[in-house]
Ligand binder design. Structure first.
Ligand code: FES
Ligand SMILES: [Fe+2]
Length: 396
């Protein structure tokens, strides 16, 4: 599905590996994917926010202009071929077109063809000889999706969680463009096994949940090899660290906290989430989508590459209920989840993604989540006929 980056195994001179530290040479395609994975669909803006005023975004290092024409959305390369001004700074002068703000070159939004060069008159000879690249677009889940790549687009639905098409639900979400940090750091942080129990332990969102101190975890793939799951084989809530003392230390707030053991979560699990038979409550898939199964709702986050140092962060919380529960979830989202989870909690992740600077790195046991994710990316570059399916997860 993906194309091989030009420099995957090239003759770049590598710095010698610092002693005891590891670089990314065993994941050459991953290492080369600084600007993201091509030939995938990416979520961009809320569909309701896109009208006939063009909007400029950045995806995988490419400037792209989005615009709506009636019920359809379109995406063009956001650069006027005349003198390089952004088309997203222009406007719609005629239906079905966008005009560059500088000299009024006017492009058909459906295919990027130059259909008029206004200050050169209706018989301008350049018309018909110039076009800008157009990108496949779709609307789904209330979002505008753009396919960035060189191959024929695959169906968008193949890339999205199936449960979002087979159930009614209500959703709330937050899009953060320009979040600092390479997209790979953002995915790795999302699927990182070890960090939550330390980084997020004292956060308000965890006030009523008792977090384990540590866990033994394995990573398993689903039957299609699309999703990787973190499966906890055992969890420990308090341990003695010889010579140091106990950790985590009990706090007064823990009196009201619930131990989130898999068994306990199972008892209160939303029936639709239960029916998914997820082997672990956190899962990840290409090209960079994390799914977190809380007891009553699912949280998704897409890490959309913008450039080397920025990504668009799309958070999406889903409750499989409609009717009065629909209103109840919206209220809960806007008064609680959006603030404490999609704001404060993941804000601390944003801090770490911003700070991360790797390779080199020195990985520890829980980082199997990170290395397994990197292997999943590498497997997408293998020729399809040779592609080995990762071991299927055992369904409980
Ligand atoms: S730069 Fe766009 S019309 Fe001149
Ligand atoms: Fe986190």
């Amino acid at each position: 599905m993906t194309t091989k980056p030009e420099e995957a195994n090239g003759s770049r001179k590598r710095k010698p590996r610092p002693q005891g530290l590891e670089d990314w040479r065993q994941w050459p395609n991953y290492e080369a994917a600084t600007l993201g994975l091509r030939n995938y669909w990416y979520p961009t803006v809320w569909a309701r926010d896109l009208g006939d005023k063009p909007q400029g975004i950045k995806l995988l290092g490419e400037n792209i202009m989005l615009i709506r024409e009636g019920s359809e959305v379109y995406a063009l390369h956001d650069r006027c071929p005349h003198r390089g001004v952004k088309l997203s700074e222009g406007k719609k002068v005629f239906p079905g077109t966008v005009s560059c703000p500088y000299h009024g070159w006017t492009f058909d939004v459906t295919d990027g063809r130059l259909c008029a060069a206004l200050p050169d008159g209706p018989d301008s000879p350049i018309v018909g000889n110039v076009s800008v690249r157009s990108y496949p677009t779709e609307e789904a889940l209330g979002l505008v999706w753009v396919f960035v790549g060189d191959e024929k687009p695959t169906p968008l639905r193949d890339q999205l969680p199936e449960e979002l098409f087979t159930n009614d639900y209500v959703a709330g979400g937050r899009i953060t463009p320009g979040r600092y940090g390479n997209w790979r750091f953002a995915v790795e942080n999302g699927f990182d096994e070890g960090h939550a129990r330390y980084l997020h332990r004292d956060q308000a969102f965890m006030m009523f949940r008792q977090m384990p101190g540590w866990a033994r975890t394995k990573i398993v793939a689903d039957e299609d090899g699309d999703w990787l799951f973190r499966v906890q084989e055992s969890v420990e809530y308090e341990s003695d660290f010889p010579g140091l003392g106990k950790w985590p230390r009990r706090k007064i707030t823990q009196v009201a906290q619930r131990k989130m053991t898999p068994g306990e979560v199972g008892k209160r699990l939303d029936p639709t989430i239960r029916s998914l038979n997820l082997p672990g409550h956190i899962s990840v898939r290409l090209p960079g989508l994390l799914r977190v199964a809380w007891t009553t709702y699912l949280h998704f986050e897409w890490y959309v590459p913008e450039d080397e140092n920025h990504h668009r962060y799309v958070q999406y919380a889903v409750r499989f209920k409609t009717g009065p529960s629909d209103f109840a979830f919206r209220l809960r989202y806007w008064t609680y989840i959006r603030w404490l989870f999609h704001g404060k909690f993941t804000g601390r992740d944003a801090w770490m993604v911003e700070e991360m600077d790797a390779p080199p790195e020195r990985l520890f046991r829980p980082d199997v989540s990170i290395t397994r994710w990197r292997r999943l990316v590498e497997s997408a570059f293998e020729p399809k006929q040779d592609k080995k399916k990762p071991a299927p997860a055992k369904k409980p």
